[in-house]
Design a protein around this ligand. Structure first.
Ligand SMILES: Cc1ncc(COP(=O)(O)O)c(C=O)c1O
Length: 414
């Protein structure tokens, strides 16, 4: 009888999935051309490659403007600052995301107010957003997590009713569309990461998208030490250096050329995965919202029932899948467990002022906590850039791990 690879058996897949980032000779040429040319850095801002990428990416997503900067964390900080969010304000953030989302609120001077996510898709729960609005609330930051998008219809309706800004965290959502509007083009700003694991990458980098020319100008100014971006302006405004160098922007231009074909492949193989994985005992495939009209994702997240996996946690299942040759992980603990918000571990400068609001002992997010600590397994997008057989191996590995979960060493030891 077969054994799990994590306990000495033969892995389901021995061929590696395609690498990421997928760079080629065109990238070597593009970087060489920058080195031989005039401008290597990001000043004057935007550089030629920054401008070329920003225009192309904004058009692909459906935004009027794109502003390229150092990463997908400062993008969100700049968005909030450009919107005038600051000291004493509150920004509503989901309890299941990367630390960068609440960090950006803190960096703008505001207090991140966490709310739980919806069980159907693990994105911010609109009912809880509504309940969290206070007279100090200025913005909502939905995160389009994994293969899902937050319910943008409800978020925008709540934002309009309470006169709030919306900054979409699209670090996972390059290419996604909701009712034919691109992710990042529905709220006031969309924030994209180009960090090395992300699906449109230059190693580091970030882009803000917006439909509003004045906001775009302010964002350009904020990332360029406050320099005026309008002939009518003569004074420097508030800002710092968050520019991205031209070497990275040249890689982004090339990455964007390759992106549409990758998106189509990922989406086709994602559908194949959903059809097959839905039949695996103990696995729940979350419903893909029909309002997602172009599908793209950075991680595919599915749910396990630990009972059906011999009591194994998501972390243990991900390790067993890795051993089977299927790249899997658990990305985010719930916000109530993040070190950033543990008073004993964190150096959060606002901890004293906001201690009562950011005390994890007072936070309870049952859905995010169950997902982060027990049930959410993240599959790497590399699986979805292989082929049908690659996806079938992933499903076979999940079914094998489920069948033999009692063999996972950590489960045996428990
Ligand atoms: C949901 C989310 N938001 C924001 C970020 C921050 O992006 P960056 O690493 O480019 O700062 C990431 C990724 O790291 C992320 O996963």
């Amino acid at each position: 009888m077969s054994r799990l690879a994590i306990s000495g058996g033969t892995p389901v897949r021995s061929t590696p999935y395609p690498d990421w980032p997928s760079l080629d000779e065109a990238d070597v040429d593009a970087v060489t051309a920058i080195l031989r040319g005039g401008q290597v850095g990001g000043f004057p801002e935007p550089g030629p490659k920054a401008a070329e990428f920003a225009a192309g990416f904004a058009a692909y997503q459906g935004a009027a403007h794109g502003i390229v900067m150092a990463n997908g964390t400062v993008t969100m900080e700049v968005a909030l600052k450009a919107l005038g969010v600051g000291w004493g304000d509150e920004v509503i953030v989901p309890a299941l995301t990367f630390a960068a989302t609440p960090y950006a609120a803190i960096a703008s001077g505001a207090l991140p107010v966490f709310v739980d996510v919806e069980p159907e898709r693990w994105t911010i729960d609109p009912d809880l957003v509504e309940a969290a609005v206070t007279p100090r609330t200025r913005a909502i930051m939905p995160v389009h997590l994994g293969q899902q998008m937050a319910d943008m219809d409800r978020i925008m309706e709540i934002a309009r009713r309470h006169d709030l800004f919306v900054v979409e965290d699209c670090a996972h959502a390059h290419g996604q569309r909701w009712r034919d509007q691109g992710a990042g083009c529905i709220g006031d700003f969309g924030s994209f990461s180009h960090q090395s694991t992300k699906i449109l990458t230059a190693g580091e980098g970030g882009t803000l998208t917006t439909q509003d020319e004045a906001l775009a100008r302010r964002a350009h100014s904020l990332i360029d030490c406050g320099r005026p971006k309008d002939a009518a302006e003569t004074e420097y405004t508030f800002g710092a250096n968050y520019r991205l160098g031209e070497l990275a922007c040249a890689l982004l231009v090339n990455g964007l050329h390759r992106f549409p074909a990758q998106q189509e492949l990922r989406s086709r193989l994602g559908e194949h995965f959903e059809t097959l994985a839905a039949g695996v005992p103990g696995v729940t495939i979350k419903r893909r919202d029909p309002r997602i009209t172009r599908w793209s994702f950075y991680r595919y997240i599915f749910e396990i029932d630990p009972e059906a996996f011999a009591g194994a946690t998501n972390e243990q299942v991900a390790e067993a899948l890795e051993a089977e040759g299927v790249p899997a992980e658990v990305q985010y603990p719930p916000m109530s467990r993040y070190d950033l918000f543990q008073p004993s571990l964190s150096r959060l400068p606002v901890a004293v002022e906001y201690a009562d609001r950011l005390d994890p002992a007072k936070m309870s997010f049952p859905v995010a906590e169950a997902a982060g600590e027990r049930t959410a397994v993240y599959l790497n997008e590399r699986i979805f850039r292989s082929d049908e057989a690659g996806v079938e191996h992933a499903v076979e590995a999940i079914a094998k791990v489920q069948r033999l979960a009692a063999e996972i060493p950590a489960v045996t030891a428990a």
